[in-house]
Design a protein around this ligand. Structure first.
Ligand SMILES: Cc1ncc(COP(=O)(O)O)c(C=O)c1O
Length: 465
């Protein structure tokens, strides 16, 4: 196949404009090439620049920071950095601080749990969500069920795994006026990489819904502008955007939406006053009411360092580069055929770059059209130091549609004797007998280069018979 850089540039001439990212990788991500890594799991986790770690380390080595719950000098120094990071993160997403607040959480899942446990679900209320969602968004349905709200799933359709918009309009019309209705969808799928339309946010608002936009997979390679699109709740994880530190995410929420939430408990840091004998507590205002205990005050400053790093590069450049590399990957992958004429892969999701991100989810097939288990693909890739992700990526809804696993098959497995309380992935594989229970996800990120994609395509060529 004519897969030279010249061919690539002929097809994607503006790639050369993204050369600063190659220079940056050579300078600030040296360990990737030194270790011979072909890192293709950016949806799983971002890769940090070495300068981010150095800047953070210098901050820690040069200053003394104490628990921010005091007013002593070391405490105030920590508070100042935490608040600076909070403001910077709001600025990064172009969120007006008068309109939006930002709560630090351990990760996107932590942000989602805050919404789930505090949203006023009640009989007459509704939780509407797309099939295509991370499990931490699916998990909110348990709070909705427990409090008697209706739960409705919006299907995604083959082959592109997008939502049928007429179904969306019909379901949005089901909101009962006066009740609490929450609609949740990912700005970008972590399974198919479909970018679901952000205009749904206003459509849902107009129909009486609060909107939770899961930005965890979208934010690393796209500009999320909260001055243009105004969801009520936005969960995300910072390590997915710039790799370091792990253990921190955020819930960016409209102040008006936060006021609707009722926390199920109080904790240190979340109250202005609590008594033991009086059996009473008063929650603090705004983000403070949602940050349980001591925030991660030594790592939060690294968020500002990471965000400034992203801003220096420019989200547009990152997005363009990821799109071009993804286009090249898709074109070459879908062209690969065994000598029998059988295609090597089946792509789950869009096969072009229109309204999609940089993750490509596939299964591999042999020359007879038999599916190759995703686990053996991972083992083979591991041997070549290629990091990719296999399984269902915590997105069972998209996986079930992509892999053709029906409601009936699922019911059979769930209701089989011995599976009342326990069903492992291996049990499930046995149960669906021969069907694929997962896929392989290759995800392109901010410092992926042409050579990474070529190395992966070469690996794929090696599977041709
Ligand atoms: C779309 C999406 N939402 C939520 C999450 C959960 O993120 P975390 O595991 O950091 O809580 C992920 C993680 O992959 C994701 O891709």
């Amino acid at each position: 196949m004519p897969q030279t850089y010249t061919d690539f540039i002929r097809k994607y001439p503006t790639y050369e404009n993204t050369k600063p990212l190659d220079d940056l990788r050579a300078r600030d991500y040296t360990r990737l090439d030194r270790g011979g890594h072909i890192y293709l799991d950016y949806t799983g986790g971002g890769i940090y620049a070495e300068s981010q770690v150095r800047q953070h380390q210098a901050l820690l080595l040069e200053h003394t920071y104490g628990n921010p719950h005091s007013t002593n000098p070391s405490s105030m120094a920590a508070t100042q950095l935490v608040e600076s990071a909070r403001h910077y993160a709001l600025h990064f997403f172009n969120a007006d601080p008068e309109e939006y607040d930002l709560i630090f959480t351990p990760n996107a899942s932590g942000a989602l749990k805050l919404v789930g446990e505090s949203y006023p679900f009640a009989p007459g209320g509704h939780y509407l969500l797309t099939f295509d969602n991370h499990n931490s968004v699916n998990g909110i349905r348990e709070f909705a069920h427990a409090r008697g709200a209706q739960v409705t799933y919006l299907p995604v359709m083959l082959p592109d795994l997008r939502v049928d918009e007429s179904g969306l309009t019909q379901n949005l019309a089901l909101a009962q006026p006066g009740a609490h209705n929450l609609f949740a969808f990912p700005a970008q799928s972590n399974f198919s990489s479909v970018k679901h339309p952000l205009r749904w946010i206003e459509q849902a608002h107009a129909a009486g819904w609060d909107v939770l936009l899961d930005a965890a997979a979208f934010a690393p390679t796209n500009k999320l502008d909260l001055n243009v699109y105004k969801p009520d709740f936005v969960p995300l994880s910072f390590y997915k955007i710039f790799g370091y530190p792990t253990g921190l995410g955020a819930l960016i929420a409209k102040r008006s939406a936060l006021a609707k939430l009722h926390r199920p408990w109080f904790a240190g840091g979340t109250i202005t006053f609590a008594t033991v004998q009086g059996d009473k507590y008063y929650l603090a205002d705004n983000h403070a009411a949602f940050e349980d205990g001591t925030v991660d005050y030594l790592n939060i400053p690294a968020i500002e360092i990471g965000l400034r790093h992203m801003e220096n590069i420019g989200m547009d450049v990152i997005g363009e580069r990821v799109s071009m590399l993804t286009g090249w990957l898709l074109e070459n992958l879908t062209e690969m055929k065994h000598t029998t004429g059988q295609p090597l892969v089946r792509v789950y999701g869009p096969t072009d770059t229109e309204s999609r991100g940089g993750a490509v989810t596939v299964n591999f097939f042999d020359q007879h059209g038999q599916a190759i288990d995703h686990r053996s693909i991972e083992e083979l890739a591991n041997k070549q130091n290629i990091s990719l992700r296999t399984g269902c990526f915590c997105n069972p809804g998209a996986g079930e549609v992509a892999l053709g696993i029906s409601r009936v098959e699922l019911d059979v497995c769930i209701n089989a004797p011995g599976h009342e309380n326990r069903l492992t992935l291996d049990d499930f594989r046995l149960c669906i007998d021969g069907k694929n229970s997962g896929a392989v996800r290759i995800s392109v990120g901010m410092v992926t280069n042409f050579e990474d994609i070529q190395a992966f395509l070469k690996f794929c060529e090696g599977l041709l018979r």
